[in-house]
Write a protein that binds this ligand. Structure first.
Ligand code: UDP
Length: 482
């Protein structure tokens, strides 16, 4: 009877993502994966971030068959000490752009430590999955004897490069340099080094936090980056579980459509796609944070027009408008979608045959999962190493800009059109890219199925956490009976 009761107590896991769509969306997917395995999961975020989380959580909680335990959402009040630093409601990196606002949001993130400690103390979950950026959660969870798993945004190859940059400090003042001790010869430009490496105290803080943590969950799959999946685990003391692509946990179109801001009214766009031949449309999106100059937007518009291919171009609300008359001229052949796009739904439509991407890790992995070749157009941080993976290792990409070209230089219309044509036209090279992309898509789906590498890693992790919780429960029971 007692063991029956013990069995019925679910593993309680808290998830605390960085407040930006590229981290919140995949972490909600991870919470869904845990919830489907019977865990009682809770997502924590601040009030203005509720719109990024609520639709996906509500949809998951109304799924059929129902989840063993609904996903809970806790809104941690935005620290009042920093209210004056940011415009009201600007609690997400996608809603701010000035460097002072970004630095103020980081100040707010540090101010969340005390209320978060109280929250964790009062709920005392069995495990915390928190964003790498919330390094202070390592100390809090260590104090409370709660295992903390780190969730990193990027994939394994990029994480290995970051390890390497940290270890060798290879770049110094050099403009270009070679990454040491990794399975491939990778050259990097100074500007391709993620911004965080400009702040050594941050790098040390994150490294220390990792040393105090239980392990790392990564949104990738073994077969995609096998050399690096092995290398990443070679760091002494590190434990990691590769459980992606997590976006593939969304099976139905409406589950996919409610990831992130979940704007509705895309039926006309889907109907338009239905009229297009298979593989004929290129989907163009630069993620939820990147911004372009007016000049660059003009060149993209002209380039898409010149390419002659059908396209969907997602333009952010707060970015520059497309040139006057452009949308009229391309009517029937191209659609400009302003605001939030149901990206995974669109990438999965049979008419979409290619993806122009800024190489945010989620977008890359979503493109791979959909079996699509890509035009790679990185702008910042790990996007540069993601581009190297796509082109140099996987062979499924076409670079938008020449290798080594400064990312602040505007890419001209001819180059945009040229890259789109190379991607979407026929010919052996393009066919080979498509074949490889389809193969990686198949491998991604296999990884998350029963017996697949990611499914096995996820099961292993949940079993281990459950056993640890069980052992701790027995320890506690012993202490209280003595
Ligand atoms: N996304 C979306 N619709 C949009 C913009 C972004 O669904 O209009 C999703 C996209 O599918 C991905 C995430 O937001 O899951 C963006 O993450 P990524 O790492 O690709 O780029 P970031 O936005 O962090 O630069």
């Amino acid at each position: 009877m007692e063991s029956e009761t013990k069995k019925q107590v679910p593993l309680r896991v808290f998830f605390f993502p960085l407040m930006t769509p590229g981290h919140m969306i995949p972490m909600i997917d991870v919470a869904k994966l845990f919830a489907r395995h019977g865990a009682a999961t809770t997502l924590i975020t601040t009030p203005a971030n509720e719109p990024f989380a609520r639709p996906a959580i509500d949809r998951a909680n109304s799924s059929s068959p129902p989840l063993p335990h609904p996903i809970n959402l806790i809104l941690l009040p935005f620290p009042s000490s920093v209210h004056h630093l940011l415009p009201a409601g600007h609690e997400n990196f996608s809603s701010i752009s000035s460097s002072s606002d970004i630095s103020n949001l980081f100040t707010a993130i540090f101010a969340l430590a005390t209320p978060f400690r109280h929250l964790l103390q009062s709920h005392h979950p069995d495990c915390l999955v928190s964003d790498t950026v919330f390094a202070w959660t390592a100390d809090i969870s260590a104090d409370l004897n709660i295992p903390r798993l780190i969730f990193h945004g990027p994939g394994i190859f990029s994480l290995c490069i970051h390890d390497n940059l940290d270890l060798h400090n290879a770049y110094g003042q050099a403009t270009t340099f070679t990454i040491q001790d990794i399975p491939h010869e990778i050259r990097m430009n100074r500007w391709e080094v993620p911004t965080i490496f400009n702040f050594p105290s941050w790098v040390h803080m994150l490294r220390d936090a990792e040393d105090k943590s239980y392990g790392v969950v990564v949104n990738s799959f073994y077969e995609l980056e096998p050399d690096y999946a092995k290398l990443f685990l070679e760091k002494p003391g590190r434990r990691a579980w590769y459980i992606g692509p997590v976006s593939l946990c969304n099976e139905s179109a409406d589950e996919k459509a409610v990831r992130g801001l979940a704007e509705t009214g895309h039926e006309k766009l889907m109907a338009w796609l239905d009229t297009k031949p298979a593989g004929s449309v290129v989907y163009v999106s630069f993620g939820s944070v990147c911004e372009f100059s007016v000049d660059q937007v003009e060149e993209i518009a002209a380039g898409l027009e010149l390419s002659g291919h059908c396209f969907i171009w997602v333009v952010r609300d707060k970015g520059p408008s497309t040139p006057e008359g452009f949308e009229e001229r391309v009517k029937g052949r191209g659609v400009v979608l302003r605001g939030w796009a149901p990206q995974v739904v669109l990438l999965g439509h049979v008419a979409v045959g290619g993806f122009v991407t800024h190489c945010g890790w989620n977008s890359v992995l979503e493109g791979i999962s959909a079996g699509l070749p890509m035009v790679t157009w990185p702008l910042t941080n790990d996007q540069f190493t993601n581009e190297k993976l796509v082109n140099e290792m996987l062979g499924i990409g076409v670079r938008a800009r020449r290798e080594g070209q400064d990312p602040t230089v505007v890419i001209g219309r001819e180059e945009v059109a040229g890259a789109v044509r190379r991607l979407m036209d026929g010919g052996d090279e393009a066919e080979e890219r498509r074949r490889k992309a389809r193969e990686y898509g198949r491998m991604a789906r296999t990884a998350i199925e029963d017996g697949g590498s990611s499914r096995v890693d996820l099961n292993r992790l949940i079993d281990e956490l459950s056993q640890r919780r069980g052992a701790r429960g027995e320890e506690k029971a012993e202490v209280s009976s003595n």
